[in-house]
Ligand binder design. Structure first.
Ligand code: BG6
Length: 367
């Protein structure tokens, strides 16, 4: 059942190229310049009337929503808020019939996320569910469902469901952009073409697993570490940190790269590992300055970046993992795979139960 892999998590990490293909399949036209999502169940007029979007979820699905916000705001220029589902209804969120509420849930059964869905509907919003389980409670109650086709996910730590959610958000963003006219057809075509390359690019990262394993064995000896990044890299940093904590129990924090010096920079001392996500060309120089801040305090820095920036970065960091070249909007779907493997091998090195980490359940149906 584990298909020759030692753990479900490793199997599911390797299933991501297929999950990407399956989630994209049938959702673009033959010319490759339009996204087709009839399941959204929204008229053109409804889409044009959306004034704000709220993305609500728990855990890894929440982290996917952070990337989703970045995608939607860049592509469609609609303001997006991210909410943790257990907080959402208690903060009296401002929801109107012109609000699109997006709930994200792998299982479709998370109690807090279901309650958030009902809160949105009670205020007249259209609630779109991004879920991996078609017959789930959330799928049944939502006004529309965008299914991720990751296949069953068994390991408690979510991997292929998270990345499939990123693919779903990208398709959604492109579709909304088409209807609202915020992206031209050639622009959409360019992004769709880049998306088609992602599955084979994931394979390139999977092939780096020996190097990632060696690094994981190094960090397994540490008590705590940091992830830093800007923009979408910060969102991925948060998922990388969660994944590592969930299964290796190594304490880590994800910081917006520029914020560390306003916070816990004092914790950076000799030898503390810092993983810097540096895939965003537009803020690369800024991220490098932040890397220098931690290097000056003795941190051991690993950077994740594109091949073309490798040599530049090697002047300021100790080690580099590269991801294949893609559009800035799509880097999360690749960089996170390195971090999933890192968490996996760190957990393995420490002898933990990778698929069933202590105190966690795959699906939480109590609030
Ligand atoms: C947590 C799981 O309890 O629920 C996480 O341990 C998961 O792995 C989170 O991300 C949300 O689950 P779901 O099914 O709503 O995406």
């Amino acid at each position: 059942e584990k298909g020759g892999y030692e753990h479900f998590m490793l199997k599911e990490i390797h299933e991501q190229p297929k999950a990407y293909r399956d989630t994209m399949r049938g959702r673009m036209n033959a010319a490759g310049n339009k996204v087709i999502l009839p399941e959204l169940n929204l008229t053109e007029e409804q889409i044009k009337n959306i004034r704000n979007i709220q993305i609500v979820a728990c855990g890894t699905a929440y982290n996917a929503g952070l990337v989703g916000r970045n995608l939607i705001e860049s592509l469609v220029r609609i303001p997006v808020e991210n909410d943790i589902a257990s907080e959402y209804r208690y903060r009296a969120p401002i929801v109107t019939p012109e609000t699109l509420v997006i709930v994200v849930s792998q299982s479709g059964e998370t109690a807090d996320t279901l309650a958030a869905l009902r809160e949105g509907q009670a205020n007249g919003a259209h609630v779109l569910a991004i879920t991996n389980v078609v017959g789930s409670s959330i799928a049944r109650e939502a006004n529309s469902v965008l299914v991720t086709l990751a296949g069953p996910e068994i390991a408690v730590a979510s991997t292929k469901a998270y990345t499939s959610q990123l693919i779903a958000f990208t398709l959604l963003g492109l579709y909304l952009a088409e209807v609202r006219g915020t992206q031209s057809e050639p622009e959409v075509a360019k992004i769709l073409a880049a998306m088609q390359s992602l599955p084979e690019q994931v394979e390139v990262i999977l092939a780096q697993k020996d190097a990632i394993k060696a690094y994981a064995e190094q960090i397994a000896e540490h008590k705590h570490l940091f992830f830093i990044g800007r923009g979408v890299d910060y969102a991925v940093a948060q998922e990388g940190s969660l994944k590592l904590k969930e299964i290796s129990y190594i304490h880590s924090e994800a910081y917006a790269a520029g914020e560390l010096k306003h916070g816990t920079l004092a914790l950076i001392e000799e030898g503390v590992p810092v993983i810097a996500l540096a895939t965003q060309e537009s803020v690369l120089e800024k991220t490098v300055s932040n890397i220098k801040e931690v290097k000056a305090r003795g941190a051991h820095v690993l950077a994740i970046t594109h091949e073309e920036h490798k040599n530049d970065l090697l002047r300021s960091v100790d080690q580099v993992f590269v991801i294949p070249q893609t559009l800035p909007l799509l880097t999360a779907t690749l960089s996170v795979v390195s971090l999933q493997l890192l968490a996996y091998y760190a957990s393995l090195a420490l002898g933990h139960d990778v698929d069933k980490p202590r105190n966690l359940a795959k699906s939480v149906t109590v609030e």
